[in-house]
Design a binder for this molecule. Structure first.
Ligand code: FPP
Length: 231
């Protein structure tokens, strides 16, 4: 911790939580075991971010493409969402964190949708901290949705007007995107918002990505020079 320049922490960190399946496979366990541990790690990292004073965290929990996975794996993920949004969400409320969902949740089982909606409503008045959970999210879908809304409104938009049609309306862009699990790509995540994000890739599988690993990413971020295209 002492190596982190706390004056230069990101305000918004986003995670591509990759590697749950491989982590489980390496332990001869089913993929659902990896997702369960991934969920627990996600909660630990959220707590760590808030302890450090990082106000906004976004996590990629289910992409539009992930919905084509075998039904048994999807059912295990839906069951985790059920547990998280009904049992653990009070932890977010205690932390005074507002929950926002990025993506189209209408395809999720109805009981999961209603527990998500209750959690969103219960946390809607908080302004200090924010947790975005991307669920059935794809950046291309998000951008197309915004374009279609703009067409319906019949308006030409500037950058701010367009950003206000995205799921992240009113929020700052991610300063740092961390992807675990060895791959080095964005996989349709926050493509518009990531224009000037610093990218950090870790070889660790998500369930093994510790608070210390997070600190190492933050330390690297604090030492990078962000020029935003200027000199
Ligand atoms: C990618 O790893 C991970 C996912 C598709 C799911 C991530 C979900 C969680 C961490 C649980 C989140 C829980 C809540 C309540 C938001 P992978 O399965 O693609 O791993 P692999 O690349 O090793 O196969």
């Amino acid at each position: 911790m002492k190596d982190i320049n706390t004056a230069n922490l990101p305000s918004h960190v986003a995670f591509i939580m990759d590697g749950n399946g491989r982590w489980a496979k390496s332990r001869l366990m089913p993929r659902s075991f990896g997702h369960q541990h991934g969920m627990e790690r996600m909660m630990g990292l959220l707590q760590h971010a808030f302890d450090l004073g990082i106000p906004t965290v976004t996590v990629y929990a289910l992409s539009t493409e992930n919905l084509s996975r075998p039904q048994a794996e999807l059912d295990a993920l839906f069951s985790l969402f059920r547990t998280y949004f009904s049992k653990y969400v009070h932890e977010l409320i205690e932390k005074k964190a507002r929950l926002c969902i990025l993506g189209d949740i209408s395809v999720l089982p109805e009981d999961v949708q209603s527990s998500i909606q209750s959690a969103v409503q219960a946390s809607a008045s908080f302004t200090e901290r924010c947790v975005n959970i991307a669920l059935n999210y794809g950046a291309r879908d998000e951008i197309l949705r915004a374009v279609n809304l703009a067409v319906v409104q019949g308006k030409q938009l500037d950058k701010e007007g367009f950003a206000n049609l995205l799921y992240t309306k009113g929020q700052s862009d991610p300063d740092l995107i961390i992807r675990t699990g060895k791959e080095k790509r964005l996989s349709n995540f926050l493509l518009y918002q990531a224009a000037y994000a610093e990218l950090y890739f870790s070889d660790k599988m998500f369930p093994a990505f510790s608070d210390k690993d997070f600190d190492a990413a933050l330390e690297e971020f604090s030492n990078r020079t962000r020029r935003f295209g200027k000199v």
